[in-house]
Design a protein around this ligand. Sequence first.
Ligand SMILES: [Fe+2]
Ligand SMILES: [Fe+2]
Length: 273
Amino acid sequence: MIDFDIAKTWHKLFAEHLELIAHGAIEEELTEASVCDDRACKLGKWLDGPAHAMSNLPSYTELRRHHRHFHQSACDLLRIARDASHAGARTIATANFRAASTKVIEAIDQLIADHDALGSGHGADVPHEEPGAKPHDAWNDTMSTGVAAIDDHHKAIVTILDKLATASDLPVMSELANDALTDLGRILQLHFAVEETYLKKCGMPEQELAEHLREHYKILEQYADINFQAMTQGQMRIKDISATVKGWAIDHVIAYDLAIKNYLPLGTSASVI
Ligand SMILES: [Fe+2]
Ligand SMILES: [Fe+2]
């Protein structure tokens, strides 16, 4: 399962993560096939899959076009950034890449608007909500770290978890649930990778940084455990898993991520990249 919120969050995280890798801030090898092919990423598969039902909308075609262009510029960035002797070309490739990424986000927003105008409602491929169910513990500004990209991730993750938490009793053994949990796990991984890049450069003392990173690792381990239990025992519901994960996420933001505020640069906005 992938809906608009997941598609947008996925794309933003994919782009930030890729830029950090291209500039050597995250050590991870990316294959050209996974970067250059606009049908290989999650958003590409979503466009070929559930979103194809909207292919009669001009905004769908536009999104495809911008998404293809984004992958071309991602491909260029990766090739150029690997060659350290071309600092100027790297700056241009980075600017092109960021502009192409913004166009994709704008195109997703346009597709959402067109889709909503047809009366289908935002996120129509998500299982129906239970009557009376509503998101709890909504995001509020006291949970803001002051780093816009990190705050955006947190808000997006809470939105996705709220959506899953209000879904009906979707059996966890279903393909839909399996896809949702896999997507969420990857989103958490990418968020931590991007946040950790910032933590390592913000001036946080070594011990505090090590503890923070350990907590990320712990959450990913707990997430793998809960998924394993869900798949082997088959009694859990996806909404229970998402409520549990939301509890971990909010607790982590309050206990660890808010400390980022102590290391914000003075007089300038903090940026992860
Ligand atoms: Fe964190
Ligand atoms: Fe975080």
